[in-house]
Design a protein around this ligand. Structure first.
Ligand code: ADE
Ligand code: ZN
Length: 354
């Protein structure tokens, strides 16, 4: 039986891999390879309690809550990067992650706050992101754009400063701002001035919401921040009015199922994830991994999980891919061109495109 299942899994994952995909909720730091992170901790001679070997490090990827996860993210993961050379490692890791999953376009968060505290120059970081994006485009034909996470973890002044520096050092690879970090400690209502300024300057705006707090956080991100997409949004599950609103407006949800199991607030098992309910309710659902290394998940595997644990048919997986592509901030003609390529790949695989 196990043998049959393994063969089936291999077949479906091969199929999923063969289709060019997009991802819109992915953190640059969260796709760091374990090798890179361990190398930086060792090379920068950093000492963290209980982390003496590479194995110790991997054992840390187990979290009781979002806040525990964010603590690790800031104090160990981001804290391991001490020079701009260190940051360049993430571009190499992005290339590995994106090509491994046949992702041809991605919108990737980068949260500068801790790096600034550790002495990295904002201008240099923005240049590294831009150079990295250009290198990926020319060498691998993969396009990436960045969304600067101004962060809700350090208060309004820090977020304002992040926006000001982003605007000062803007380049073509930076398309917007986002709000990540501790959702319970940094509510959306604190940040409307930052988001309004960003919108006025032509940036796209998104926000994590309903990942760790009830549906009021999602409503507030729409009302106060004018968020164009919602990161996670899973607490909408308990709010029929919000489900109806999301369905009517088509505001995309950036769903990251395995991430939600890791941070535990609303679900304990993939089978209980509301993505099925949202999809069936006609909400614009997209599929993403969030922090693939820390949650031990690849995008291909996450699509397979939807098939295996949440009864998505192959055709419904293609619909998720289509939703994700059309929820990107790409210009309409690029979306259409990419979708044509996707349809061709779906046909080659012997299926009809949605
Ligand atoms: N930063 C990186 N991953 C995050 C998540 N899942 N929620 C909030 N902030 C994050
Ligand atoms: Zn996230």
């Amino acid at each position: 039986m196990q043998q049959v299942k393994d063969k089936e899994q291999t077949r479906i994952e091969k199929l999923i891999h063969s289709i060019p995909k997009t991802e819109i909720h992915l953190h640059l730091e969260g796709l760091v390879s374990v090798d890179t992170l361990w190398y930086l901790i060792s090379r920068n001679k950093l000492e963290f309690d209980g982390i003496n070997t590479r194995e110790d490090l991997e054992q840390q990827f187990d979290f009781k809550s979002l806040d525990e996860f964010i603590w690790f993210y800031i104090n160990i993961l981001q804290n391991a990067f001490r020079t701009s050379e260190d940051l360049k490692c993430l571009i190499t890791d992005a290339k590995t992650y994106l090509s491994r999953n046949n992702i041809v376009y991605a919108e990737i968060f980068f949260a500068p706050s801790k790096f600034v505290q550790n002495g990295l120059e904002f201008a240099e970081m923005m240049q590294i992101l831009h150079d990295g994006a250009q290198k990926l485009q020319s060498e691998d034909n993969i396009e990436i754009k960045f969304i600067i996470d101004v962060s809700r973890s350090y208060g309004i002044e820090n977020a304002e400063q992040n926006l000001a520096l982003t605007l000062e050092h803007l380049n073509d690879s930076i398309i917007g701002i986002g709000l990540g970090g501790s959702e319970s400690q940094g509510p959306a209502e604190l940040f409307p001035s930052v988001f309004k300024k960003a919108i006025d300057k032509g940036l796209k705006v998104v926000a994590h919401a309903g990942e760790d707090v009830d549906s009021s956080s999602i409503w507030n991100s729409i009302k106060f921040l004018k968020a164009q997409r919602i990161g996670h949004g899973i607490s909408a599950r308990d709010d029929a009015k919000l489900i109806e609103y999301l369905q009517k407006t088509g505001i995309p949800l950036e769903i990251c199922p395995t991430s939600n199991v890791f941070t535990r607030k609303f679900i304990q098992r993939l089978e209980d994830h509301p993505i099925r309910l949202f999809f069936d309710s006609g909400i614009n659902v997209t599929l993403n991994t969030d922090d693939p290394t820390l949650f031990n998940i690849d995008l291909v595997e996450e699509y397979y999980n939807m098939y295996n644990h949440l009864d998505f048919t192959i055709e419904e997986l293609f619909q998720l891919m289509k939703n994700t592509l059309f929820a990107t901030f790409l210009p309409q003609e690029k979306k259409s061109a990419l979708w044509e390529k996707t349809v061709a790949a779906i046909k080659r695989a012997g299926y009809l495109a949605p």
